[in-house]
Design a protein. Structure first.
Length: 149
């Protein structure tokens, strides 16, 4: 039994009368005439099984995030484009085609890079068009100002 110090009387020790953990199970085993001795567990401990499952999930996640293969999962596409996974899901199929074997979307790396190049070109064209528009509006404003003076 464990000994505990009591705060009531200084210098005296008080016995801890709480039963040890698992006392009900031990009581049942001793009262049962046919009870067998506890056998050692076969196989790995539950904590080891849990660690193995966590490692397997981690490895699977790393495999999905890989960007060096020709076929990418949605996580790899998101990592390659530097966007969130939900953003990749919102990209229309016509812009970024994918195959769906089972429940997973798989993208060809070539298609992803082509999509990225087209988006960059679209942005460049849009900024160039906005510059042209700005110049045109500025020149028209200057001509109107010149007429009014």
């Amino acid at each position: 039994m464990r000994m505990e110090t009591s705060n009531a009387i200084p210098g005296e020790r008080k016995l801890n009368l709480r039963p040890p953990k698992g006392w009900k199970r031990n009581l049942k085993a001793t009262n049962n005439k046919c009870a067998r001795k506890a056998r050692p567990r076969k196989g790995p401990s539950p904590s080891l099984v849990k660690l193995r499952k966590q490692r397997a999930t981690w490895l699977k996640q790393k495999e999905l995030e890989r960007t060096d293969s020709d076929i990418l999962a949605i996580q790899g596409v998101a990592k390659l484009l530097h966007v969130a996974i939900d953003t990749v899901r919102k990209i229309p199929f016509a812009d970024l085609p994918f195959a769906r074997p089972g429940r997973r979307n798989l993208y060809a790396k070539e298609d992803v890079l082509r999509y990225h190049r087209t988006k960059i070109n679209e942005r460049r064209d849009a900024s160039e068009n906005s510059r042209r528009r700005r110049r045109l509006l500025d020149s028209e404003a200057d001509s109107v100002r010149g007429r009014s003076q």
